[in-house]
Design a protein around this ligand. Structure first.
Ligand code: USQ
Length: 403
């Protein structure tokens, strides 16, 4: 397959690019380096020393004999260049990771909220619009999120793969239909992914585009067999309060001896997936595209559910580093159950990687190797979901600097 990876320099995009290239697919990365620029804005770099993309690509060719192409462009802003790239490359598949992906970052200030909406919605609309013009037969694979569903099992239901049967009632009549599961985003970031869903629905209906939306859980782990080949291929490892995700944060905090930052009671249950399974899922989904005219295919890209508190206790038990409950900076349910269907990707051939001491120790070992690069002042999450209206205090304490 000829595959374009939009956002191929990022945490999921880079290992996916390597995996697809290793499997013999012809890969071209499109990226604007927005994620690297955000490191500068936040003063928080990846714990692992990621190399500039040209060095990464040269190292990959040296190690594997495969070549990955690259085009520098901003998917959200450079529409003409994007359409031209699609027309010249004529891809079989386009993998769309080119969105701002951190919930705490999206909640930092009005500027961050507006940037996240402008960037993510324009990026997705530009991709779809350019596909109609330049490559209407390509298959789009989008990295969505489990967060579009909310995390409630409030109605006692297993979360389905995108669609749910419903009975609509109006004017004394009733109709049985299948609809998109009601969206229930918990942050501006998650909201952009629910808006993406409507863009996909429309372009699939109107233009017959073939689209797979992968609703991914929280990724943990950092390396894949390909990123392990050479230190120049290392993947990024975010540990800061904005971009670090919960299990990787706990493992890294254990490595540097920082008390584990459980938000509230830690009763939040979430879906998880190891980065090695992320890259496999993308290939499995790409190899079996929906047919033209079919509705958007939605697959839940997750392998297991865990409660935040249980993860913290597990990591604490392994390492002796204590748990430190913190006031929850987010507006979210303090406790929830979660039951998620994932038969789609398992049916396509995914053998789920399960949480294990061995894999967790692997992440701790990476974090220990680069612990000297950690800035402990960046660990605690400062972004707040609800504005503090006390005079002199207002949301993220770093907001003034951020704006
Ligand atoms: N949490 C803690 N302590 C921490 C960090 C997080 O208790 O130090 C809690 C949060 O309050 C939340 C849960 O852990 O209840 C998950 O937080 P997270 O930062 O690991 O994940 P989230 O903000 O939901 O976002 C991440 C990715 C996003 C992806 C999403 C999948 O950044 O790109 O879409 O996971 S999901 O969570 O399934 O919606």
């Amino acid at each position: 397959m000829k595959v374009l990876i939009l956002g191929g320099d990022g945490f999921c995009g880079w290992p996916t690019s390597l995996h697809l290239s290793a499997r013999g697919h012809q890969v071209t990365i499109i990226d604007s380096f927005a994620r690297r620029a955000t490191d500068g804005e936040l003063g928080a770099e990846s714990l692992t020393p990621i190399r500039p993309l040209d060095e990464r690509l040269a190292a990959w060719t040296e190690r594997s004999g495969h070549r990955i192409g690259f085009r520098a462009l901003d998917v959200a802003r450079d529409y003409d260049a994007l359409e031209a790239a699609f027309a010249q490359e004529r891809p079989d598949a386009i993998v769309h990771f080119a969105e701002q992906r951190a919930a705490p970052y999206s909640m930092k200030s009005p500027r961050h909220k507006r940037y996240t909406v402008d960037n993510n919605i324009n990026a997705t609309n530009n991709v779809l619009c350019a596909m109609v013009e330049a490559c209407p037969d390509a298959h789009l694979l989008h990295l969505g999120t489990m967060g579009v569903y909310g995390y409630g099992k409030a109605r006692g239901l297993r979360i389905p793969e995108g669609y749910i049967e419903a009975t609509l009632k109006s004017g004394g009549a009733a109709a049985d239909v299948e609809i998109l599961y009601p969206a229930d985003p918990g942050s501006i970031y998650h909201m952009t992914k629910t808006l993406d869903q409507l863009l996909f629905y429309y372009y699939a209906k109107n233009d017959g585009l073939r689209i797979t939306d992968l609703h991914q859980g929280i990724v943990w782990g950092t390396s894949t067999p390909e990123t392990d080949l050479d230190e120049r291929l290392i993947n990024r490892f975010d540990y800061d309060g904005d971009y670090g995700t919960v299990l990787n944060r706990f493992l890294m905090q254990a490595a540097v001896g920082h008390p584990l930052t459980v938000h509230g009671t830690g009763g939040q249950t979430r879906a998880f997936i190891h980065i090695r399974d992320t890259v496999r899922c993308i290939e499995l989904a790409a190899l079996s595209p929906p047919t033209r005219g079919e509705r958007v295919r939605i697959l839940n890209q997750m392998t297991e559910c865990h409660r935040v508190r249980d993860l913290a206790e597990m990591v604490s038990g392994m390492t002796g580093v204590p748990v430190a409950q913190q006031e929850n900076p987010r507006k979210e349910a303090p406790d929830n159950d979660l039951d998620v269907a994932n038969a789609g990707l398992v049916g396509l051939g995914l053998t789920p990687t399960r949480l294990s001491d061995g894999l967790m120790h692997e992440v701790i070992a990476v974090a220990r190797r680069y612990a000297h690069r950690c800035d402990t002042s960046k660990i605690v999450c400062t972004s707040r979901w609800v504005k503090d209206r006390t005079p002199g205090r207002g949301g993220d304490p770093s907001r003034a600097a951020a704006e």
